[in-house]
Design a protein around this ligand. Sequence first.
Ligand SMILES: Cc1cc2nc3c(=O)[nH]c(=O)nc-3n(C[C@H](O)[C@H](O)[C@H](O)COP(=O)(O)OP(=O)(O)OC[C@H]3O[C@@H](n4cnc5c(N)ncnc54)[C@H](O)[C@@H]3O)c2cc1C
Length: 340
Amino acid sequence: MRDEVNYSLLAHNTFGIDARCFRFLEYADIEDAQMVAKMLRGIPTPPLIIGGGSNLLLTGDYDSYVVHSAIKGHEVLPADDADHLLLRVGSGEVWDDVVALCVKNGWQGAENLSLIPGEVGASAVQNIGAYGSEASHIIYKVEAVEISTGQLREFKAEDCQYGYRQSRFKTEWKNRFLITHVTYRLSKQTGNLNIEYGNIRAELERRHIDNPTLQQLRDVIIDIRNNKLPDPKVLGNAGSFFMNPVVGREQFEQLLAQYPQMPHYHIDEQHEKIPAGWLIEQAGWKGRSIGPAGVHDRQALVLVNRGGARGADIVYLCQQIQKDVLDRFGIQINPEVNII
Ligand SMILES: Cc1cc2nc3c(=O)[nH]c(=O)nc-3n(C[C@H](O)[C@H](O)[C@H](O)COP(=O)(O)OP(=O)(O)OC[C@H]3O[C@@H](n4cnc5c(N)ncnc54)[C@H](O)[C@@H]3O)c2cc1C
């Protein structure tokens, strides 16, 4: 187990914020996680459990314990039928390495989630999603150490109440469990790949590919993502900063009459979803900056650290954008990123 005091979190958040924590604990196996759980019992402020810190904005030093999983490795296990297999992975593995492993071995199910930053533990907390797929489609089981008892617990996907970027780990189970392993159920039969979302089909056509292999689909998704989203190693960011707001039918009809070009997604009879990126762009923020905190010039939903920004700089920019969007459209947009 790793145990550090007054530790810099710079390498642990993709916004590139140089904040420190009072104590940093890293568990490398289940026994370590149980020891960490014991150390956390009775501390006055809740711990901050982190993966790669790619959905995190640190607004200052964290005066308590920060916990990270360094559990590595994977094992392949038989599934309930001959067409599938189970892949049990340590929570500290990098998510995209898992996707690469699956694609290399011809195991289908994770490919549309290529290049999403972060680690395996968080895939099960965040229910990561992209291009019509989400982690909950392939999560079979989540193993975790319960902080209050040190006991090892196992949850089936059905127990985790997965929804759009949501899970029980983000709500009633928040700060209660240290995830140690996630088991994914993958198909050994490849076919019927999901290529209908975003620009995937157009990009495949451009490359004259009719029936893509898993690897070709992964390559296309990686290229599309690299073109659209800034690489956190080059430009600090946490992906989509805001959630897409859902508005009531009456407000939506009024807005659509005023802005007929406004993109929108049907939720139900009463509600419609509007892309926050469009609202931010219309409010004139795309590509703009306040000091070192900026709005990405290719994707208005992404706030970036142009160099040396503090968490407070990003929060100030966030508030100015929220205010302008509210003034102009009467819509409150809220951060998706975990602001600490
Ligand atoms: C450029 C970019 C693009 C992105 N694109 C997407 C996208 O397409 N789709 C998408 O869904 N997300 C996207 N994201 C957001 C981010 O990648 C995901 O939310 C990811 O799952 C975060 O992983 P992480 O390991 O960095 O977790 P962190 O941000 O460190 O933590 C996320 C949550 O998981 C919890 N957690 C992490 N590890 C553990 C553990 N071992 N035990 C218990 N709890 C744990 C944390 O407490 C926190 O609540 C993007 C981010 C960036 C920077």
